[in-house]
Design a protein around this ligand. Structure first.
Ligand code: CP
Ligand code: NVA
Length: 303
């Protein structure tokens, strides 16, 4: 594994290896066992969109691994004034040991990887959010002690989260049911990938997708960059909510996850959110551990 650009690029073994290392690093961090695998290294973090979890977990993770992280806002970089990403990649490769980038176009991340000579980590694009899904899988495995054979249900927008969750969950042997309204289905490349799996289903009815689910997941109706469509989307997504009615058809011990930030009473009720706050904030914590594992695998593969 040279980069983490999208989960489509990873094998099942590579995903499981990251989850195992994430568990080990979590144990070491909780027990005060030093794990300075990236001593003296620097991660550049380019942000073209807002972030709480991604920024803080990468920065802290890099520090815990003995390295440091640089927050690079695209407003301040020359990239924000039109310097090509191809040139930025070649310059930053001379200073840094890795780059994490959050941006709009997936092609920008792929271009950085093509022109740079250091590992590139996708910290969210409009197409996917692989770091989030690695943390999600780590959390599911912690709660359920397995991944293979579980039923995963996603309700809402066929966005970057739906895209990455579909790929990640199918690759580790889960069955995946998505409920998305017409016009808001996942990316065609994801549907093409999922076609090969007979345990994948895309339906319109949230309760049909949630039936017997072990894990329920949702995300905002309007993602970053879609703020102007928020009102239209409130109408399109009405009913695409994790609430008591949906929970009543899932398994009685089903867990509920949300990548955050959440909009209570839109994609999830405040009641269900608070009932499952332990799951959701364990999930948020695992961003730290899963990303530390990704950085170690990419930046110090010999460790
Ligand atoms: N879930 C997630 O990526 O959160 P941030 O946007 O706060 O980084
Ligand atoms: N779909 C959301 C995820 C945020 C972590 C967005 O792209 O804004």
């Amino acid at each position: 594994m040279k980069h983490l650009l999208k989960l489509l690029d990873l094998s099942t073994d590579e995903i499981i290896d990251i989850l195992n290392l994430a568990d080990q690093l979590k144990y070491e961090q909780k027990h005060g066992i030093p794990h300075h695998h990236l001593k003296g290294m620097t991660l550049g973090m380019i942000f073209q969109k807002s972030s709480t979890r991604t920024r803080v977990s990468f920065e802290t993770g890099m520090y815990q691994l003995g390295g440091q992280a640089l927050f690079l806002s695209s407003r301040d970089l020359q990239i924000g004034r039109g310097e090509p990403v191809q040139d930025t990649a070649r310059v930053l490769s001379r200073y840094l040991n890795g780059i994490m980038i959050r941006t709009f176009e997936q092609s920008e991340v792929e271009n950085l990887a093509e022109y740079g000579s250091i590992p590139i980590i996708n910290g969210l694009t409009d197409f996917c959010h692989p770091c989030q899904v690695l943390a999600d899988l780590q959390t599911i495995r912690e709660y359920k002690n397995k991944l293979d054979g579980l039923k995963f249900c996603y309700i809402g927008d066929g966005n970057n989260m739906a895209n990455s969750l579909t790929v990640g969950c199918l690759k580790v042997g889960m069955s995946v049911s998505l409920a998305c309204p017409e016009g808001y289905h996942p990316d065609p490349r994801i549907l093409e990938f999922a076609k090969a799996y007979d345990n994948f289903k895309l339906v319109a009815d949230p309760k049909e997708a949630a039936a017997d689910a072990d894990v329920l997941y949702t995300d905002v109706w309007a993602s970053m960059g879609q703020e102007g469509e928020a009102e239209k989307r409130k109408i399109a997504f009405k009913g695409y909510q994790i609430n008591d009615d949906v929970m009543s058809v899932a398994k009685s011990d089903a867990m509920v996850l949300h990548c955050l930030p959440a909009h209570r009473e839109e994609e999830i009720t405040a009641k269900v959110f608070e009932q499952h706050a332990a799951d959701i904030f364990d999930e948020a914590e695992n961003r730290l551990h899963a990303q530390k594992a990704v950085m170690v695998r990419l930046m110090a593969p010999e460790k």
